[in-house]
Design a protein around this ligand. Structure first.
Ligand code: HEM
Length: 170
């Protein structure tokens, strides 16, 4: 069961990561195109990569990863670090959606700087996540947050950083 889930997890991650890495390149192809068959074809293709491939793969990767938590002993610091990096990857997945939502409006384009920044961010994040999962670095959270893995420890850690900020209860 674990092997099958890991297979599904890794296959979904390959499709998700590949989709994210190729998207900025496809956004860049918008430059110089005016309304016409070529622009509509690019729009359809980019939408297919985002809506038909990368997003379902992200959903499957997250669902299979969540199931794996219950089968593997992952209650260690490296896994928390992985989750922080995955959260950033999900946020950048949304950045691609926000870009796509307006890119094909008249007069829009995708600059070289944005192309390089987004591609680099995806590559760095994906490489970092894969390194963390495969190297499983030993991180001693006692050194910077002694109570992190005790019940309520995360809240205490955040309060130590932010001060005694509390959400007012009605
Ligand atoms: C919410 C999202 C995710 C969750 C909950 C999750 C969870 C997990 C868990 C529990 C494992 C098994 C760990 C172990 O072997 O001890 C695993 C394996 C793995 N995950 Fe994820 N994962 C997620 C997303 C990702 C992403 C985005 C990547 C890469 C970009 C990734 C890459 C890997 C790899 C390479 C393995 C295999 C590690 C091995 O077999 O040694 N995961 N994941």
């Amino acid at each position: 069961m674990t092997t099958l889930l890991k297979f599904i997890h890794l296959a979904a991650i390959a499709v998700w990561s590949g989709g994210l890495i190729v998207l900025p390149f496809l956004f860049r192809q918008r430059v110089g195109l005016v309304a016409g068959p070529e622009l509509f074809r690019l729009h359809r293709f980019v939408r297919f990569i985002y809506v038909g491939m990368a997003s379902p793969a992200a959903f499957i990767a997250i669902a299979s990863g969540t199931a794996l938590i219950f089968l593997q002993t992952t209650f260690l610091e490296w896994f928390s670090l992985k989750m922080v990096l995955v959260a950033l990857m999900v946020m950048l997945h949304v950045v691609a959606a926000l870009t796509l939502a307006h890119l094909f409006e008249p007069g829009r384009s995708f600059g070289r700087g944005a192309y390089l920044a987004l591609t680099t961010a995806y590559l760095v994040l994906i490489t970092a996540i894969i390194w963390v999962v495969l190297a499983k670095p030993v991180i001693d959270s006692d050194q910077f947050a002694a109570a992190l893995f005790t019940p309520g420890g995360l809240g205490q850690f955040v309060r130590e950083i932010l001060g005694e900020t509390r959400i007012p209860m009605p």
